[in-house]
Write a protein that binds this ligand. Sequence first.
Ligand SMILES: [Zn+2]
Length: 265
Amino acid sequence: MKVLRSSIVTLQIVPPDHRRGYPICDLWNPPPAILLSVSPDLVPIFQHEYRALRPRAPMPPFHVRFRRFTSLNTTIRLRQGEIFVSLSDLLEGAPESVLHSIAHILVAKLYRKPVAAGHNLRYRRFASSSAVTRQTELIRHARGTKRYFGPEGRYFHLEEVFDSLNTRFFGGLLGRPDLTWSEQNAKRSLGHYDAAHNTIVVSRVFDRPSSPRYAIEYLLYHEMLHLKHPIKSRGLRRCIHSAEFKADESRFPQLSEALAFIKRL
Ligand SMILES: [Zn+2]
């Protein structure tokens, strides 16, 4: 008898070159695609497909969640007899028939069973549909592109700002990651730290003579706190702004002025 104690299967929704990099935080202006964190409605779909594939096996507990800003991958994992599913945020709003196909494909792959052609076809049609392409673009945009434009703006030099913050707030102890202005005047993603590329990206919208220095400092300070407080996993949920993070953030002297300025952007 084949016993699967621990196993993981990943389903890629988009080609690998679309999966590079993502911001850990997306300040102040979350993208319009607000995604669910837990989805009890999906559990029966998985149970149904599990039963169809494994008619006599006992039904394991299912934990199904949508992931937000973490990956474009959908993952199924078997751990100590329980099944954990992380659905890419691309699947939010997918028709129920497509969710059935995805559940079927994931469970089949997990147990190394053949994937039914109909399910495969329905999933492929969905994944290449224009709605998914649009959603991918939105998410990619929210996550920021990985192009590097350098720290030197027209009015502010990010390395200079970083170094002064490092001295003032971190005792000069933070290693400087790559710093870059964004390509465009993005208002949706004002700043993000991309751990995969060790890069802080700041929206070019701040590189203006009318931008108060404290606003840029605050934005960079926030991203620097992501360096100081790496992401902690709590089960399948990722804790992005921890209590320690927020306590540190509140120590920024012009916090309220900076937030007020950002709101007016
Ligand atoms: Zn953040």
